[in-house]
Design a protein around this ligand. Structure first.
Ligand code: ATP
Ligand code: MG
Length: 456
């Protein structure tokens, strides 16, 4: 029984106190009344990850992005540290509690760090070493912080454990403004806007505005809206909260989710036009009645339960306004949509959304970015043809990128560019045919009307 063992160890330590000249300090991962995650633990972890990677033999790796690796001490591993000539030992311990039945998944295993040192150094350790560790650890953490991507859980799971409203994984989207295909001047403008926002703490305080900014990204599918959000997060070093409105049952839940977001984050609501009926149309009497019936009939309700979110436009507006006023710290909210004209004006008016950004079809400048990324080519004789065709045809950056991607090892950049040109020609032809058909249909309609006129 682990608990018993702990007790015995405790006794053993006490008994050995006179003989054993070493002092041990433990730092548990969770502590305090609410068992919240200890800041000290996190700082020590980062501190040790910086020094442990050179000394410890067993390391745990987590990949931060495609270029760097974060190494940290593995469980039950020990490292030696030195401070002002004093030698001390750190170990990472884990106590598993598999034998106890627990409702809280995170408390199954308890981790803590143990610091051991000779009692003659007590003064140095307690007065300066620990301070040094915590400060260094925080700095290290800020440096190789793993950014997180949060998604909201359906409220039926909220009661499982404390931080369950949002679940998260590492945010590892590789998109940056460098790889984003967009008109350079527009890109520059957005980057400057973001920088101004990030550095604007005093400015926002002075003009008495909350330190928040709202963006609406709109454009056809495949023009890089989601990619843009990732690029923003990477640029600012923010966490991302991906809010799925369809799993939010009502306005109250929306509020609760909002309260649990942290500062330095981007809250994204994708495809806002599809998520909910936010087009400003009020419900008809019949729909209201249907809702009542559903409440009375639980089977029907659960059947439709998933997509039947009761979040309303006014709830969402309150969410945004609440964000603007209730939460401290820098936050960005981003909406994406394919149909900006479908949205209620109240949602995108100034003050709610600060900037409307149109993502559009691939222009030649965007193509150059993609060619550089996908093929590593800056100039090529075929570029002229591509330029010509891009001016005459609409193709999304997603489609251009797809065509540029080498399909096998034998394919060189020439082959890829040829394929793109082929696809562009085809698209142009189809667009031409379509407009011919439309013209014909329109002509037919006029002719029909004319004949009706004659008939009358
Ligand atoms: N502007 C762009 N720059 C670089 N890559 C792009 C761009 N637009 C699209 N892509 C590529 O196409 C894929 C799809 O783009 P993305 O998911 O960002 O489109 P979207 O505008 O969010 O589409 P949807 O409206 O369907 O959500 C991405 O994985 C990316 O590789
Ligand atoms: Mg998208």
């Amino acid at each position: 029984v682990p608990q018993l063992r702990m007790h015995i160890e405790g006794f053993a330590h006490k008994a050995a106190g006179h003989i054993n000249p070493y002092i041990e300090i433990t730092f548990p991962e969770y502590g305090g009344e609410r068992l919240e995650r200890c800041e000290a633990y996190a700082a020590i972890k980062s501190y040790l990850s910086a020094s442990a990677s050179t000394r410890a033999k067993r390391l745990k790796a987590s990949v931060k992005d495609t270029r760097s690796l974060v190494l940290s001490m593995d469980d039950n591993e020990e490292v030696v540290d030195e401070f002002e000539g004093v030698k001390l030992w750190w170990s990472c311990l884990i106590v598993s509690r598999n034998s106890t039945i627990s409702l809280y998944p995170y408390s199954e295993n308890r981790r803590f760090f143990k610091l051991t040192f000779h009692r003659s150094h007590r003064e140095v350790i307690t007065s300066s070493y620990i301070k040094h560790v915590l400060a260094t650890g925080k700095a290290v953490a800020a440096n190789n912080q793993l950014r997180k991507l949060f998604t909201n859980n359906p409220s039926s799971n909220w009661h499982y454990y404390e931080e369950s409203k949002w679940s998260y994984g590492a945010f590892e989207h590789p998109a940056t403004f460098d790889t984003l295909a967009m008109e350079p001047s527009k890109k520059k403008e957005i980057m400057n806007d973001l920088l101004k926002f990030q550095r604007g703490k005093e400015y926002y305080a002075r003009i008495g505005k909350p330190w928040k900014r709202g963006y609406l990204l709109y454009g056809p599918p495949g023009t890089g809206k989601s990619t843009m959000v990732a690029a923003m997060a990477n640029f600012l070093n923010y966490d991302v909260y991906d809010l799925e409105l369809t799993t939010v049952k009502d306005n109250t839940e929306l509020r609760k989710l909002l309260i649990e977001t942290s500062a330095k984050s981007i809250i994204v609501i994708e495809d806002i036009d599809c998520s909910l009926d936010l087009t400003g149309q009020r419900k008809t009497g019949k729909q209201e009645k249907d809702n009542h019936e559903e409440k009375a009939d639980p089977v029907k309700r659960t059947e439709k339960g998933r997509e039947e979110s009761k979040v309303t436009l006014s709830g969402l507006l309150n969410f945004i306004d609440g964000l603007w006023s209730a939460c401290g710290g820098e936050r960005i909210i981003v909406f994406t949509t394919n149909y900006v004209e479908k949205l209620d004006p109240a949602l995108i008016r100034r003050g709610r959304m600060d900037k409307l950004i149109e993502m559009s079809y691939c222009c030649f400048e965007s193509f150059k970015v993609l060619a550089r990324n996908y093929l590593g080519v800056e100039v090529h004789p075929l570029f002229a043809t591509v330029r010509q065709l891009l001016e005459e045809t609409k193709m999304t950056p997603a489609d251009v990128a797809e065509n540029l991607m080498p399909k096998s090892d034998e394919e060189d950049e020439e082959a890829c560019l040829e394929r793109l040109i082929e696809a562009l020609r085809k698209a142009k032809e189809e667009a031409g045919k379509k407009s011919e058909e439309e013209k014909a249909a329109a002509a037919e309609a006029t002719a029909a009307r004319a004949s009706v006129d004659v008939f009358l």
